[in-house]
Ligand binder design. Structure first.
Ligand SMILES: [Zn+2]
Length: 147
């Protein structure tokens, strides 16, 4: 059995033209089946519903993907007709990792190994905080305050 840890938010289209952000946690894949309807494994998600965050475990089966003629391992969240495929999740996760690398490479490193992120987007040079520990750096030359 294979474990795939995802941990990101996915926007899912619901019936009735609504959208929901589902948190994709991790999948347990039993085997790489290839026939339609085959049971492949399970996936844990957090589904926000009526003000609650529901922890759900859904079955992953070989199903028709959004591309009509293709069969892929996927699952369907409640109140959605969309099949979310594993290949889609792998791709999205890859994109998020690439984006995070790109986002952080321009920031200074903290002594703890974290990145110093700007606290206010409007004043990116003023105060930086570490995204790992809680230390802060204020650059008084860039302060918008009159002192
Ligand atoms: Zn730090």
């Amino acid at each position: 059995m294979k474990h795939e840890v995802f941990q990101f938010e996915k926007r899912v289209h619901l019936i009735g033209d609504e959208y929901v952000y589902v948190h994709i946690k991790e999948a347990r894949i039993i085997e790489e089946a290839s026939n339609k309807g085959d049971f492949i494994g399970q996936i844990d998600i957090v589904y926000p519903f009526a003000g609650y965050n529901l922890e759900l475990t859904l079955d992953i089966t070989m199903d028709k993907s959004s591309v009509e003629w293709e069969w892929d391992a996927g699952f369907r969240v409640p109140f959605s007709e969309e099949i979310i495929t594993l290949s889609e999740l792998y791709l999205e996760q890859q994109m998020i990792l690439e984006y995070e690398k790109y986002e952080t490479r321009n920031y200074e490193k903290c002594s703890c190994g974290g990145y110093m992120m700007p606290m206010y987007d409007e004043f990116p040079s003023w105060i930086h905080y570490c995204d790992t520990c809680d230390c802060r750096n204020e650059n008084y030359d860039h302060s918008p305050l009159p002192y």
